[in-house]
Design a binder for this molecule. Structure first.
Ligand SMILES: O=C(O)c1cc(C(=O)O)c2c(n1)C(=O)C(=O)c1cc(C(=O)O)[nH]c1-2
Length: 246
């Protein structure tokens, strides 16, 4: 198929399967969660943030072309920053702080849902084991991220008195980083997926990544919304300090 047809197929996968369609996000953005449920989301999502630079380092280690490495390494800088309190991971921790979560608990990962851990690890493994083309294609969910980030920031600010604009600063940076990263990855995929087999493989990679994101929200929904069955050892909202409102 032509590059334009492949792009249309990739965009159709996002339209059908991206996690903006998950009911948990409708609840989160619509103000229908309580503070404890928002805490559970932020704590689990931290694991995804923590694993993104690990996944990008695994990807970087496999790139032979210095020019491509130069572009890709920026993703690690975006998440890690150039100093201890800079970058996306530090900004995510400012969100969990603002929500009143204990930093040590968040960073330790001990209260995570097992499915969060499994999904994040599956993403790292996918990038390590599949072809470079599939690994790059698996980042293409970011094509669809700006819309959901816009909805999230507007919805959370309008609906939760415990969420401030500063607490959501993580998403300000993502609003320009995500389109830049996604457009680069899309251009790479469209230029390198030439055979039908490669084109099918990049579509499967994007479906896989949508599944990673979707399964994390399924687990949150099951544990904290309906039927509210958090697995043993998972975060329990009342277990964290109530005094620190944002
Ligand atoms: O808030 C979101 O809905 C969302 C989605 C995604 C995504 O689509 O994978 C990423 C992010 N955020 C994000 O913040 C981020 O750093 C990121 C990196 C990647 C990736 O696959 O390399 N996806 C995402």
């Amino acid at each position: 198929m032509s590059a334009a047809e492949l792009e249309a197929r990739l965009r159709a996968i996002g339209a059908e399967r991206y996690h903006d369609r998950h009911p948990f996000h409708a609840l989160l953005h619509g103000g229908r969660l309580d503070r404890g449920q928002v805490q559970a989301w932020a704590l689990n999502r931290y694991e995804y943030q923590r694993c993104i630079p690990l996944k990008d380092a695994a990807l970087l280690a496999r790139i032979e072309d210095p020019q491509l490495r130069r572009v890709w390494r920026q993703r690690i800088v975006d998440h890690d920053g150039d100093g201890p309190d800079e970058g996306g991971i530090a900004r995510w921790l400012r969100l969990t702080d603002a929500l009143g979560l204990d930093r040590e608990l968040v960073e330790s990962g001990r209260a995570l849902l097992p499915a969060t851990r499994f999904a994040a690890q599956a993403y790292i493994r996918f990038v390590r084991e599949r072809s470079l083309l599939e690994a790059i294609a698996s980042s293409l969910t970011e094509l669809f991220a700006p819309t959901i980030i816009g909805q999230r920031v507007a919805g959370m600010l309008a609906n939760y008195d415990f969420v401030s604009k500063q607490a959501l600063a993580y998403f300000d940076s993502r609003l320009h980083q995500a389109p830049q990263d996604a457009n680069f990855a899309l251009d790479y995929v469209l230029r390198h997926a030439r055979t039908r087999e490669q084109q099918d493989a990049v579509c499967a990679a994007l479906r896989f990544k949508c599944d990673v994101l979707w399964s994390m929200l399924d687990a949150l929904h099951f544990a904290y919304v309906e039927p509210r069955l958090p697995p043993p050892g998972a975060f329990l909202p009342q277990a964290c300090s109530p005094e620190s409102d944002a």
